[in-house]
Design a protein. Structure first.
Length: 190
């Protein structure tokens, strides 16, 4: 399927409408020349409100990890963003965002990946993306062992405020994983 038609179909999706607290608003960005795919969890409330992927504090931290400013992140057609759940899934009773709706990624990810023939690297941001693409496993082990997933994938923690504590307990992330991430991105975008 043509990427334009596929994008239109995904933006019109209402399959989970009854389960979504604010209704459907599929939020993603794809371009035919994409080389880097950022596969993340699901949009938060701010992203749902603006319709712009990663337009929140988590996005600020992600861009810092990537070594990109907002202009580079949003203006480069070699970067695609496709969450595991295209719409905001709501909140859990005990706080925090609910997980992505389970039928979303199997419906859209294979089709979008097939329509993006120039993809070279997929960032697996958070445990939901990692589980979808890599199967069961521990996020910390995957991020620490990132070299074993290259050149196709690079696992990352989700860049939410909760990650601050994880980073403090895992100083190797800033010392080893971030430089490797930036090198992998440079290679994929070249």
């Amino acid at each position: 399927m043509d990427l334009t038609a596929l994008s239109a179909e995904a933006r019109a999706c209402t399959r989970c409408a009854a389960e979504l607290p604010f209704g459907p608003r599929p939020t993603f960005t794809v371009f035919p020349q994409a080389r880097l795919l950022i596969a993340s969890q699901a949009p938060g409330t701010r992203v749902h409100g603006t319709g712009i992927p990663w337009n929140d504090r988590s996005g600020d931290r992600l861009r810092e990890w990537l070594g990109m400013d907002r202009a580079a992140f949003y203006g480069d057609p070699r970067i695609a963003v496709l969450p595991m759940g295209l719409c905001y899934p709501g909140r859990l009773k005990n706080g925090g965002d609910a997980p992505p709706r389970p039928r979303c990624a199997p419906l859209w990810h294979p089709r979008f990946r097939a329509a993006l023939p120039d993809l070279r690297l997929t960032l697996l941001v958070g445990s939901h993306a990692q589980r979808h693409y890599l199967g069961p496993g521990r996020m910390t082990d995957r991020v620490r062992g990132h070299a074993g997933y290259l050149p196709d994938f690079f696992p990352l923690p989700h860049p939410s405020w909760r990650t601050t504590f994880w980073i403090a307990r895992n100083p190797w992330f800033a010392q080893e994983a971030i430089p490797a991430l930036r090198a992998a991105i440079a290679c994929a975008m070249a």
